[in-house]
Design a protein around this ligand. Structure first.
Ligand code: OFO
Length: 172
């Protein structure tokens, strides 16, 4: 059984994951509007992953008999100066998510709530991967540059990340 404090914090995390999905879907739409189809596909797929993160939390709460409460979702930003600025915002957002996961881990450890502490380990590993992924995208943008054909090549490279993760792609 979850404490009231843990229930509230897990609910906050559920709502943050939904916001993450909205944020990436909005960014995907911005990219599609700019004819950056590779980035649009990648971010759309990432939005789906955020909803899967939310559902994992939802299932855990149901298993413990807790009530998940969905709140209002703030409108995400919808205009960006550049692709680099947009992915910088993604990276910052993922760092925020990591801080929130760390706070949850700290709460589970101090309560103590060992079942939740173990459950959260998946998110700890996932956040490491997400920060690495978005940092490497920013590095790629820095390396290739967005002048001339650079933007076209970056879009192609990021589009490959989407197809590499697609469930219909059998190559692992
Ligand atoms: Fe992009 O991260 Fe969820 O948890």
């Amino acid at each position: 059984m979850l404490s009231e404090a843990m229930t509230n914090r897990l609910n906050e995390q559920i709502n943050l994951e939904i916001y993450s999905a909205h944020l990436y879907l909005q960014m995907s739409s911005w990219c599609a509007h700019k004819a950056l189809e590779g980035c649009a596909a990648f971010l759309s797929q990432h939005a789906d992953e955020e909803m899967a993160h939310m559902r994992r939390l939802l299932t855990y709460m149901h298993e413990t008999g807790a009530l998940a409460i969905l709140g209002d979702v703030a409108a995400p930003p919808h205009t960006f100066q550049s692709l680099k600025e947009m992915f910088s915002k993604v990276y910052e957002h993922e760092q925020l998510v990591t801080r929130k996961i760390n706070e949850l881990v700290q709460l589970a450890d101090t309560e103590p709530d060992y079942a939740t502490l173990q459950f959260l380990q998946w998110y700890v590993a996932e956040q490491h991967q997400e920060e690495f992924l978005f940092k490497s995208i920013l590095d790629k943008i820095e390396l290739i540059g967005t002048k001339g054909q650079g933007l076209f090549f970056i879009d192609q490279e990021i589009g490959k990340l989407a197809s590499a993760k697609s469930p219909t792609n059998t190559k692992v």
